[in-house]
Design a protein around this ligand. Structure first.
Ligand code: THU
Length: 162
C-alpha cells in the first residue's frame, strides 16, 4: 500500500478580553469563576472552575476536588460534566467555560483541559451528537474559544472498536 501522509489543523479563536464575547458567554465564564472558589485544592492550591450551559437553559458548574491520595483528584471539567449528566440526563451541553487560578503564579493565559477531561468531553459530544463549544480563561490575558472538544483531541478513542 502506498505511503500516505496526513495532517490536521486545529482551529481556535482568541479574544483580548472576556468583554469581547457575547454577554451569555461572559456570564458563563463568571459562573466558572464562582465555581472555582469552591475548589477543594489544599495540595496543589491550583483552582479550576468549569460551568456548562445546557440546552434547557440551566447552568451546571464544578470545581476540582483533590485528594490526599493524589491520583484520586477530580478535575473541574469532569466534576461539572458528571453533575450535568446526572442532574439533567437528557440535556445537551452547549458550551463549557473553564477558568483557573494559581495563588503562587497567577495564570496569564488560559489552562487547557487535561487529556482525561478531553476524552470525557468527547464522550459527551458523541453521546449528545452535538459539539460542545469551549471557552478558556486564565486570570489575565486572552480568552480562547474552540468550537468543539474534537479540536483538542483529534485522535480520540470511541466505542466503535468495542
Ligand atoms: N485540574 C483540573 O481541574 N482540570 C484540568 O484540566 C487540569 C488540572 C486540577 C487537578 C488538580 O486539582 C489541579 O488542577 C492541579 O493539577
Amino acid at each position: 500500500m502506498a505511503k500516505q501522509q496526513h495532517s490536521l489543523r486545529v482551529h481556535w479563536t482568541s479574544y483580548a478580553a472576556l468583554q469581547e464575547l457575547p454577554l451569555a458567554d461572559q456570564q458563563l465564564m463568571q459562573a466558572a469563576r464562582k465555581a472555582l472558589a469552591k475548589a477543594h485544592a489544599p495540595y496543589s492550591e491550583f483552582r479550576v472552575g468549569a460551568a456548562i450551559l445546557l440546552d434547557n437553559g440551566e447552568i451546571v458548574s464544578g470545581a476540582n476536588f483533590e485528594n490526599a491520595a493524589y491520583t484520586m483528584c477530580l478535575c473541574a471539567e469532569r466534576t461539572a460534566l458528571a453533575t450535568a449528566v446526572s442532574t439533567f440526563p437528557k440535556a445537551k451541553a452547549l458550551v463549557m467555560a473553564i477558568t483557573v487560578a494559581n495563588p503562587h503564579r497567577p495564570a496569564t493565559r488560559p489552562g487547557a483541559p487535561c487529556g482525561a477531561c478531553r476524552q470525557v468531553l468527547l464522550e459527551t459530544e458523541l453521546r449528545q451528537q452535538a459539539d460542545c463549544r469551549l471557552l478558556l480563561q486564565g486570570e489575565s490575558g486572552e480568552v480562547w474559544e474552540l468550537a468543539s472538544a474534537k479540536d483538542l483531541l483529534p485522535f480520540y478513542f470511541d466505542g466503535s472498536l468495542l
